[in-house]
Design a protein around this ligand. Sequence first.
Ligand code: B3K
Ligand code: ZN
Length: 856
Amino acid sequence: PPVIRREDYKAPLWQVPQIALEFDLDPAATLVKARLTVTRAGSHDRPLRLDGDGLTPRAVSVDGKALSAGDWRMDDGVLIIALPGDDHVVETEVEIVPASNTQLMGLYASGGLLCTQCEPEGFRRITFFPDRPDVLSRYDVTMRADKAAYPVLLANGDPIEQGDLADGRHRARWVDPFPKPSYLFAMVAGNLACNADSFTTMSGREVKLGIWVAENDLPRTGHAMKALKDSMAWDERTYGREYDLDVFNIVAVADFNFGAMENKGLNIFNSRYVLADPETATDPDYDAIESVVAHEYFHNWSGDRVTCRDWFQLSLKEGFTVYRDQSFSADMGSPAVKRIEDVRVLRAAQFQEDAGPLAHPIRPESYMEISNFYTATVYNKGAEVIRMMALLLGPERFRKGTDLYFARHDGQAVTCEDFVKAMEDGGDIDLSQFRLWYSQAGTPRVTVRPSYDPESGALTLAMRQTIPATPGQDVKQPMAIPVKFALFDPATGEKHDGEEVLLLTEAQMETRREGFAQAPVLSINRGFAAPVIIEAEQSAQDLAFLAAHDDDPFSRYEAMQQLMIHALLGSIAGGPLDSAAVIDSIRGTIADAALDRSFVAEAVRLPSEAYLGDQMQVVDPDAIHAARDALQREIGVALQKEWRAIHAECARNGFSLSADARAARKLRGVALNYIVASDAEDGPALAFDQFDRADNMTERQAALAILASGASGERAQALAAFYDRYAGNALVVDKWFQTQALSLHPDVVEMVEALGQHPDFTLSNPNRARALYAAFAANQWGFNSKDGKGYRMVADAIIALDKLNPQTAARLVPPLGRWRRFDDERGAMMKAELERIAATPNLSKDVLEQATKSLA
Ligand code: B3K
Ligand code: ZN
């Protein structure tokens, strides 16, 4: 398959200011008629090229005259028509089969619904069109369908007309006044019920809001609706952005490749990011719904009104929109805990990606299949890059920059460079060197060496940055890295002179501060201001100090994590497990009544096995598991009384979604985990009791996960009870699969293998496929089992899934690409599986690209 390069970008030769679409909907055969008003862009004599994927033209006409076969031709799916003048009307007719669309791109069937997903290149599976984001058109859409099967017909924009037709069919017409690229086209037909509400915008316009779901899911839509209204108000307050259509609809579908999609005025969601009630959704599920609803809503400005010129600019809309949704969630809840969670995700997904064969800059240079670039790098590192700009500019100037960006580029398809330029012009700052964050891949390592001179009372900070080589980028230039730090007096626990942000711009830099009676303690990369790896070699004593005194919650959390990592790596390296400092810090943290319980829960939890692996030269999954297990047990034993007290205190009568109640549930789960880890005889019974008596999914699932990782008799009992209680609720059955796939049980490989044969398992639903195989591939201990069975099982799943749904299959490849991180035996087995995948006949380009790049 050809490689597409950023440097080869060429402006479109033809524009399509208008498109009228007519659909005669039927899952077995849908007729699509398109009427494109095309205009030649500039002076050239090139033909019109309309992308198509799997389409056969049934009729083609120009300016009302049917073309005969010689007047157009097909080239690798593309319909090519030579046109004499500069303005024409081109009409095409195709037939598509939504029922057999297993890729879930284009128009497909999900449950009883017909729905679309077009980003990035799905529209070409619906009709012939220049399917690229820099062709913006006004859409006029007419849908016709059987009224009994599809009583609701939705599309982008505003509803214009509707009415009944002969033969039990009916029709609806929707017109979207805002020109948009084809990837934002959407349409849904089905038997849907609506949670209807409204929002009055800052200029006093009333917007009708609708969340459309299956009738019996209606009671689970309240949280998403609240999130939508909160998002609309927040974007007005924070960015001055008002909604622009009279209706805003969200539809939940069960089969969806991604989280959700920001189609203009008609967002389509994976149902897991819409539906919630206390019985079936955990507190993290509630949070995820809030943030995904916000994310898609915010795209209306950062994505729809101002869109991307080409797919290399994906981070323009995604990095910025993730930054916006992260800020929103921080404002709605605890900023401290939100930052900790976001950094955890960044480190788990993006740092790993940046350190492996699939590393790429947030603005990639080339791709074979663009769907493979909806990555943690483009999204999450992209958001970190925007966050750094916001830090460097400060709130007022950042807002001036975004105001200028929206004003300057409204209605345009633009580049990351345009965004940075608006920040420079609006914020009055020079970002020349900062731009390297867009072009250089790899996580910078910043070494910070403090040295204190008792004679002069001065502290010198020597800083050095190195950026590791990544595929295609052997040599890197020094970046502009904001280093946010503070210095603490170890005697008083007070901060000297507040906190500072220093811009590290050279490979090496030194800075000096004076006036210290004794060596201060350094708190570095506060708030995780820069997405870098800090190498500071702090003593256990300094870490313990920071864990108790740092007033930056992220840094306080980080100090605890570092203490735990030191203890664990020391024991993995063959030393004794030095748990005393860890236990002391945890004791201090849980005794500190001033701390929010949600923060405490984060701070006292051990780092994941995978994150520990990231700290090692060669990952040793078995040693990591054993050491972490042992430390967990010691913490459980040493603080048994405390954990029991917390577990009892955090119990509540009656469910509430208040911050306090949620924090209590979270900490209660952590306490239960330590009690069970201590091997207390009644541990499993206590967990089963919590499982059984819970009036909410958060506590029930926490207990289930703890039991699933153990060998007690309660394990099987709880798993069976959970399944029986929720059989038929797909989202909860996903949890049942996922909890087992993630479990730290010695037989997890065999269990996952058996679950792959369970009657409820199917590869054709992406949520279900991920609940089993993506979860298992993230289970470091299980996936990397020494016999290689885990690798084989995931590779088998990739090969099987690729035939149905290449996009979702390709997302399972990266875990196998980590072969260089493991010992030679494991590495060889992983490579062999990648080779087997790459050699599979008729592989999609999605999986082919990921497998071949992972082998390189
Ligand atoms: N923009 C969509 C991306 C879906 C495309 C998946 N191939 C989701 C989002 O970021 O909002
Ligand atoms: Zn997005």
